[in-house]
Design a protein around this ligand. Structure first.
Ligand SMILES: [Zn+2]
Ligand SMILES: [Zn+2]
Length: 152
């Protein structure tokens, strides 16, 4: 399996008909550093001049999720569903519950744990979900550790 599948070939391999909205939605998700809600996808497409209405966007996202090309992500306390491009190397996110900033984490902290769990349970682990959330420095109104260090 290739480490990184780009949006175009992922779509071709999935057997999904490569309609313009699907291709546009998928490459948008691929390019995005953070997961997007359907509405954010819709607005971003409009900005790019792709003619698609919200229900077309929803249907495109649904089809992409069904084929495993995109994945749904829910954020605690947020009624919206977010979507991300499914990569061979998955990502985890750190989410601020105040301003809803979503940062992607550099690495997966669970790789070693999965191996240990396989040995312990004899399962073949195929994946996991992990979302980390809290309040960013601005939202918690605190002094960041970096700033504190610089203080006299
Ligand atoms: Zn925040
Ligand atoms: Zn992980």
């Amino acid at each position: 399996m290739k480490e990184k599948l780009d949006a175009g070939s992922a779509l071709a391999q999935s057997g999904l008909r490569n309609t313009r909205p699907r291709a546009a939605v998928l490459s948008l998700l691929e390019a995005s550093a953070a997961p997007l809600s359907a509405e954010q996808v819709y607005l971003a497409l409009r900005e790019k001049g792709v003619a698609a209405n919200l229900s077309t966007v929803y249907r495109a996202i649904e089809a992409l999720c069904e084929k495993g090309l995109a994945a749904k992500l829910s954020i605690p306390g947020d009624p919206r569903a977010f979507f991300e491009f499914s990569r061979a190397a998955h990502r985890h996110y750190l989410i601020c519950l105040g301003c809803r900033e979503i940062r992607s984490l550099e690495r997966c902290p669970l790789a070693g744990y999965e191996k240990a769990l396989e040995q312990e349970t004899d399962y073949r682990i195929s994946g996991h979900k992990l979302v980390v959330y809290g309040y960013c420095p601005a939202c918690r109104g605190g002094v960041s550790p970096a700033a504190r260090e610089g203080a006299p």
